[in-house]
Ligand binder design. Structure first.
Ligand SMILES: C[S@@+](CC[C@H](N)C(=O)[O-])C[C@H]1O[C@@H](n2cnc3c(N)ncnc32)[C@H](O)[C@@H]1O
Length: 250
């Protein structure tokens, strides 16, 4: 790419998250997201044999947890696909997953998920969805790749109803969406998802008194942020074999 060529929103995300990966942030995120992700996985009712997508998988730690939960069983051999826009994240994810034979990582955008339609039984997306420049298009893509009756789990720390999260928006180098839980519910319904609901998932990990935070104004604000918790959006793809009204294949 030439120096003066303007970057597309996806190129900007790729550039920024490759930088995170180079700084070792990919693997570090496990520490910050593990508690809320494990609580989410318990709600996912994962079974051996299922096909799962981890969208915005980063360094792949959650993808590997999923792979262990859907591995070989009476229902067959489960498969987990991690997709991320940052090729350096994907490189790290692959390097850390060599002993897994039911995991695959692909560089790709939520705007064009590189997979066939009607495939995934479950989708998990951790701390990624608010970065997607076109959330409508990402939801249309998720709808496309999910199997009929498939279940979607979107977990995000940045949303309007947790005011403490808004403290770190100015520190981000890429644009983000800040919507309320109610607004996200409407968005999912607009995309023909069914059983749309949400839950707040508190982060119950202890915060040491000497913990240094640059993201929050104070340790008390960080603790309040963790107490209110992350937003977990849950929805199902109805049993539609034909495209829903207004549904576009990109
Ligand atoms: C905050 S990190 C979270 C990573 C991982 N889920 C975790 O919890 O460790 C956000 C991830 O979403 C990815 N991402 C951002 N925008 C994306 C897009 N449009 N399509 C696919 N991945 C995207 C980033 O590259 C990054 O790895």
């Amino acid at each position: 790419m030439t120096a003066n060529k303007p970057q597309s929103p996806d190129e900007r995300l790729q550039h920024e998250f490759n930088r995170w990966a180079d700084d070792g942030e990919g693997a570090k995120m496990e520490r910050h997201h593990l508690d809320i992700t494990e609580k989410t996985m318990r709600r996912m009712d994962l079974r051996p044999g299922e096909r799962v997508l981890d969208l915005g998988c980063g360094s792949g730690w959650a993808t590997r947890l999923l792979a262990r939960m859907v591995g070989e069983g009476p229902q067959g051999f489960g498969q987990v696909v991690g997709v991320d826009i940052a090729d350096e994240m994907v490189r790290q994810a692959r390097a850390a997953s060599k002993e897994f034979d039911n995991v695959m990582f692909i560089v790709g955008s939520a705007a064009q998920i590189p997979w066939e339609e009607n495939f995934f039984d479950k989708v998990l997306s951790v701390e990624s969805f608010y970065y997607y420049p076109d959330q409508d298009r990402a939801l249309a893509e998720l709808f496309r790749v999910m199997a009929p009756h498939g279940r979607l789990f979107i977990l995000i720390n940045l949303y309007k109803d947790n005011p403490y999260a808004l403290q770190w928006v100015p520190k981000l180098k890429v644009p983000v969406h800040v919507r309320s839980a109610a607004e996200y519910v409407e968005l999912l319904k607009k995309h023909a998802f069914g059983n749309v609901e949400y839950a707040l998932i508190s982060d119950d990990t202890p915060t040491p008194d000497n913990y240094q935070t640059t993201s929050f104004h104070s340790l008390d604000d960080l603790k309040a942020f963790k107490r209110i918790g992350a937003l977990l959006l849950m929805a199902s793809k109805p049993d539609v074999r034909n495209p829903a009204p207004g549904y576009t294949i990109y």
